[in-house]
Design a binder for this molecule. Structure first.
Ligand code: SAH
Length: 475
């Protein structure tokens, strides 16, 4: 059945595309918490320790010089004032999770709220922006799942955190020849940023029609595929009752997390405080905080030896709760979810990082002007999903294995057959950025020359309704 997806598609944006440049598609488808006891808060001795960015290597591609710190002087922004006010009026420090949530999604001044942060001129680049092939391959995955679901007439296709909307635009263009699939789609974008919602509207080439009698809600359609599109602030707001396909690419890494540090008195939560000279600093909470419950839950899923060797642990209650929400929906309505992100299949220790203009910077430096993100704990996602009945969890597998098994090598070959030299160069570079590094499956040269990319640090995991069997391309 996968072979059916061998059809036509063209090279997208970035390239001048002639309408005749359609190509054979694939040959084979191949809680925030607070601590009012500020007086007792222990100041972190090791605040001069190198930032996590110096010890981890994360590829949102094009990042370089990871150990660089920046403490440029800046006029205090609204967000900085707001954070300081919260700490002041609360009478004590806030959790890293609360800090992260305010920094990223504060409705007035959050990092994502008012701007386009992606691409060469932004702060970081994601896979859909690297190559059209990424969205197309996710389209192949979604169509295969739809077939396994028994080709329902109506399906909710939900994307969590769609960024510029590029992934979905490429998915819709790539799948446009599959009329039954396309006709079944109701697209739902879960996006907190009004600026990005607007960009998504434009990139999906949407049009708005007034409701029939003027009182009905306006209807928005993507002219890329004549599919209805709607926007929501949370997954909870997406209507239930239809089988659902959920895509979350680089969404979980932006969810607020709590950081814990081992101290002489046991695990303490790391908090954000303000010093007497008004700069942010980390402190340790003197007593258990509400998030400790999540720490205990997470540790129950781990081997004692795994925890014994750690001095830091990150826990993301929002990721655990969202996974359960996704799983319940899929368990009841049918369908499946695909989560792709950078992360580990186990406890994550100390990965929170800030990225500005393609460089790692200090997490506390001018909050709101840099992206904050962390490794995703895929094992916690698996355990959270497995607590819900009616779903099965598959993976994680590396992005390289995932895209390779879905047939990205056939796709790149098909595109290379009919393009200019400049386009070919861009396709090859994009391909290696998506699948390169270490286990890149199609590299035939010497190991020490394996192209660097996002192939192994990014992992893919699927949660599907149990009735649908194993989703491709999971073993
Ligand atoms: N998936 C895209 C963008 C990843 S960046 C890509 O791969 O290019 C994270 C995205 O999630 C942004 O669109 C951001 O605005 C959105 N986002 C972050 N936190 C969110 C939240 N709590 N609720 C809804 N959207 C959120």
């Amino acid at each position: 059945m996968l072979r059916k997806f061998l059809s036509q598609a063209s090279i997208r944006r970035n390239f001048a595309v002639s309408s005749s440049s359609s190509l054979a598609f694939l040959r084979q488808c191949s809680s925030s918490s607070q601590n009012p006891n500020s007086h007792f808060v222990e100041h972190l001795e090791d605040s001069t320790e190198p930032p996590p960015s110096a010890t981890i290597s994360i590829d949102r591609t094009a990042l370089y010089n990871p150990s660089e710190h920046s403490h440029e002087l800046y006029a205090e922004s609204e967000l900085v004032k707001h954070l300081k006010n919260i700490i002041k009026f609360r009478g004590g420090p806030i959790t890293v999770a609360e800090y992260m949530e305010e920094v990223l999604t504060n409705p007035k001044a959050g990092y994502y709220i008012n701007r386009d942060v992606f691409g060469a001129d932004g702060d970081f680049i994601t896979s859909p922006e690297v190559s059209q092939m990424f969205g197309e391959m996710i389209g192949v995955w979604a169509m295969c799942l739809w077939e396994q679901m028994g080709k329902p007439n109506k399906v909710n296709l939900v994307e969590l955190g769609p960024g510029r909307g590029t992934l979905l635009a490429d998915l819709l263009r790539g799948a446009s020849k599959f009329k039954n699939f396309m006709n079944s789609l109701q697209i739902h974008m879960v996006e907190c940023s009004p600026a990005l919602q607007k960009l998504q509207y434009e990139n999906l080439k949407c049009t708005t029609e007034d409701g029939a009698d003027g009182n009905e809600e306006k209807r928005i359609n993507s002219t890329l595929a004549e599919t209805p599109v709607s926007w929501h602030a949370t997954l909870e707001q997406v209507p239930t009752g239809l089988p659902t396909i959920i895509i979350a690419h680089e969404f979980f890494d932006a969810l607020p997390l709590h950081q814990f540090q081992k101290a002489s008195r046991g695990w303490c939560e790391k908090m954000v405080d303000v010093t007497e000279n008004s700069s942010f600093r980390f402190v340790l909470s003197p007593q258990p905080t509400p998030a400790t419950l999540y720490l205990m839950k997470r540790c129950k899923w781990a081997e004692t030896e795994e925890i014994a060797k750690l001095n830091h642990i990150e826990v993301c209650p929002k990721a655990m709760d969202l996974t359960q929400e996704i799983s319940k929906r899929i368990g009841i309505d049918g369908g499946g979810a695909l989560i792709i992100d950078y992360g580990l299949n186990g406890i994550v220790s100390n990965s929170l990082q800030a990225i500005r203009k393609h460089k790692f910077v200090d997490i506390l430096d001018n909050p709101g002007s840099a992206d904050l993100s962390a490794y995703v704990d895929f094992a916690a996602i698996r355990h959270s999903a497995e607590e819900v009945s009616g779903v099965s969890v598959h993976g994680p597998m590396t992005q390289s294995q995932f895209l390779g098994s879905l047939g990205i090598n056939f796709r790149v070959e098909a595109l290379l057959e009919n393009c200019t030299e400049e386009q070919a160069e861009s396709l090859r570079t994009g391909y290696w950025r998506l699948v390169g590094e270490g286990e890149a499956p199609f590299w035939e040269g010497p190991d020490d020359q394996t192209p660097i990319g996002m192939g192994t640090r990014y992992l893919a995991m699927a949660i599907v309704n149990q009735k649908q069997g194993v989703p491709v391309p999971f073993p």
